[in-house]
Design a protein around this ligand. Sequence first.
Ligand SMILES: *Cc1c(COP(=O)(O)O)cnc(C)c1O
Length: 496
Amino acid sequence: MSENQRAAGIGASGLVLEEPLLWERGRPGRSGMSPPRPGVPAAALPPELAGSGPDWPDLSEPEVVRHYTRLSSWNFGVDTGLYPLGSCTMKYNPKINEKLAALPGFAGAHPLLPEEAVQGALRLIYELEGFLAEIAGLSAASLQPAAGAHGELCGMLMFSAWHRRRGGGRDKILIPDTAHGTNPASAAMCGFREVKLPLGPDGILEAGPVAELMDGQTAGIMVTNPNTLGLFESNLPAISRLVHERGGLVYADGANLNAIMGRVDLGKMGVDAAHFNLHKSMSTPHGGGGPGAGPVAVGKELAPFLPGPRVALRDGRYVWNRDPPLSIGRLHSFHGQFAVCLRAYAYILSLGPEIRTASGLAVLNANYVREKLRTAFDLPFGRRSLHECVFTDARQKKHGVTTLDLAKRLIDLGYHPPTIYFPLAVSGAMMIEPTETESREDLDAFVAAMLRMADEAEREPEVLHRAPIRSLAGRLDETAAARRPRLTGDMGVGHA
Ligand SMILES: *Cc1c(COP(=O)(O)O)cnc(C)c1O
């Protein structure tokens, strides 16, 4: 038993599970199966195959099953408890949508099947594009981009193609300094230079700096609305007007759509293109590196440039329009992350206009937490938040307690930590996003844990410095764990 486990008394109310590595548990000759004896004499492997691969441990079937089942119970997710990770929107993923995505007619369909054989799948693509365009207040959409960043790339390629058709020569793009890192990266991949836009004192963009920077060399602007501080960009209509007057285009990063869906018309705010992160807003579990999807919706100007091929409806049949003339071409070997799109389709159909209830509750819950915590934690921006709120460690720092200490202590108190040290523009940020599905009782329990930590920071800061003490592992050297992961039984590698 580790020192941490002993200190915390883990096992007093449950089983103590010692979980060695498979290499430590294995015994030579143990096996999970007994293949029939071969009828031919054994031969040594040829030297080129005999190589020096990993020395796999020998284990029985129950040993392997128990090992992984126990590890899975050490995980924490939305199905375990409140998961306040901001900007990542781990939200409600109705289990029924998993079942729908697994229906054999969809799961078994091959993307190269002829149109007659996949009318249902084509209809789903066609209709979902329509739903997403409608939610954004735009005129068309493509499901091809495989993630948010891929959607941004799609948007920037379309900006570039649109400008080229009118003579080109624009190589800069305006990006606010709270933007997600993928924004400047996507712009750079399309040959644009990032011009940083400063935030106004309220934490949102103002038209003044845009007027100063938006010149004849600038292709447009990328805006996240609501922004990564969880604040609504209320000056966006004026900013869009300015950008359009000077020949530019407006891109909206829609990662935070769950705060505004069904309520805000991005098209009316002057947006020309926007991506959705279906894995953040529409029923695909996010995390663990699983597939997401980043469909892009566009206004009339950019619609001809969407990736192709496109599904069209002709005489009641769905057909592929393989070569739309102005299209930027394919962004995906087939038609996007179909199963992720399918979940989004089911999510939208099951909620219908109630989708605005989901966004309303997400905002209500974030503001509830924000109001309950503002007496104890520093709130750098006073405006009302949307779906998430950002605090800092400024008050706890006076007692030597940092954001990292608070995040680690929260593990002891039974919660996954919020997003920390992001956005970069806020020093010591803690970004809390409760999402729309948490009950008032669960929010109150989380608030109580946060307030308890604020109290501990004043009275016994050493508790926070030592945290976590109740988890199976204590505070890890995260840099070493990332740089020198221990992936085999070799105890010498990355073993602190
Ligand atoms: C997550 C996120 C992205 C990138 O989306 P991926 O799907 O992870 O590629 C871009 N912008 C913001 C604001 C995000 O939160």
